[in-house]
Design a protein around this ligand. Structure first.
Ligand SMILES: C[S@@+](CC[C@H](N)C(=O)[O-])C[C@H]1O[C@@H](n2cnc3c(N)ncnc32)[C@H](O)[C@@H]1O
Length: 321
């Protein structure tokens, strides 16, 4: 019998969706671009904003969490890390396996749910690299607690995900402004009408379940798991960031770009609000009152019945490079 790796029906559903997306070959499921040859340039390709600044990669134990489908695990391995990737989609893992073979590096592949890292002993990793996937589970704190457990003392957790405000607004343009699909204080998958993932000529119906985790909940989950956040960024692809990276757009460029975009499009929205959040945390000793912070959610008796439907627009996730 096939081993079930999903810890609940949400994960089982998203597992099927990611297998489907991977079969269709959307960008998140295929390595994008070609990495340069030198180690320094490869490192910039992997971590363009230098979130791992000052840290060695060679000889480190790296977990690419839910990191199937792309370059990240393979590049960590090429840079000399002892690399493991865990992902719920067998197809996403196969992409990494094929890529690792073609580049002649070793990556350990594990089929699993990011909320259950029981296969790893405490303190097994020096770096957990977690890109654009915590949005697919309802209980982010459970993932973060597991990350806190498997990181070694002083280990680093770097994660990114969709911005929880912007995620609630995609595809809601009314002609004069955007609306919200869900209150920021409401839990549950963000509702949407159009489940088409579209990239150039690839179109695939995949109604993934996505959760817009509140920033305060993510940060408090880190604090409760012995992870001290020492960097936090809000970014939009195209070098727009709240943290003035070297290549940030000037105000004039930003306004000029925004005025060229289709009004109400996802790209236009992302010129007003960030597409992503990204954070880095360091493992310190776990706090003694672990688990004391409550979620900031307010539960309303009419939580699921009070939304206004937005106009359907094509739903296009945004690749990170
Ligand atoms: C947007 S892709 C990100 C892939 C890669 N990390 C990157 O940044 O290119 C999301 C990944 O999360 C994985 N995923 C979704 N739910 C998961 C879960 N519960 N546990 C582990 N992986 C999951 C998917 O299979 C997919 O590979």
């Amino acid at each position: 019998m096939k081993r079930r790796v999903a810890v609940d029906d949400v994960a089982a559903h998203n597992q099927r969706m990611w297998d489907r997306l991977s079969a269709a070959g959307i960008p998140w499921t295929r390595p994008q671009g070609t990495p340069p040859k030198t180690n320094a340039a490869k490192r910039r390709f992997l971590d363009p904003n230098d979130r791992l600044a000052g840290l060695p990669i060679k000889g480190q134990r790296v977990l690419a969490l839910a990191g199937g489908g792309g370059w990240h695990p393979v590049l960590f391995a090429e840079l000399g890390a002892d690399t493991t990737v865990l992902d719920i989609s067998a197809r996403q893992l196969k992409t990494v396996r094929d890529l690792a073979r073609s580049r002649d590096v070793k990556v350990r592949l594990l089929h699993g749910d990011m909320r259950d890292l029981s296969v790893f002993a405490d303190g097994s990793f020096d770096i957990v690299w977690h890109s654009h996937s915590i949005v697919f589970v309802p209980d982010a704190a459970r993932v973060i607690a597991e990350v806190g457990r498997v990181l070694a003392p002083a280990g680093v957790y770097r994660a990114s995900t969709m911005h929880p405000v912007t995620l609630r607004m995609y595809g809601t343009w009314s002609g004069t402004g955007w609306r919200f699909r869900q209150s920021y204080f409401e839990d549950g998958a963000v509702p949407y009408e159009d489940a088409t993932w579209e990239f150039k000529d690839v179109k695939v119906e995949a109604p993934t379940l996505e959760y817009g985790h509140r920033i305060s909940d993510l940060i408090n989950a880190c604090a409760d798991s012995g992870l001290m956040v020492d960097g936090f960024w809000e970014t939009t692809p195209g070098e727009i960031s709240t943290q003035v990276p070297l290549r940030a757009l000037s105000r004039e460029q930003l306004v000029a770009e925004r005025d060229d975009l289709e009004p109400g499009s996802d790209d236009a929205l992302e010129r007003y609000l960030p597409a992503f959040i990204e954070w880095r945390a360091r493992k310190v000793s776990p706090p003694s009152d672990s688990g004391s912070r409550a979620s900031t959610a307010t539960r309303s008796p009419r939580a699921s019945g009070s939304r206004r439907a937005g106009s359907p627009t094509s739903r296009r996730p945004r690749p990170s490079r």
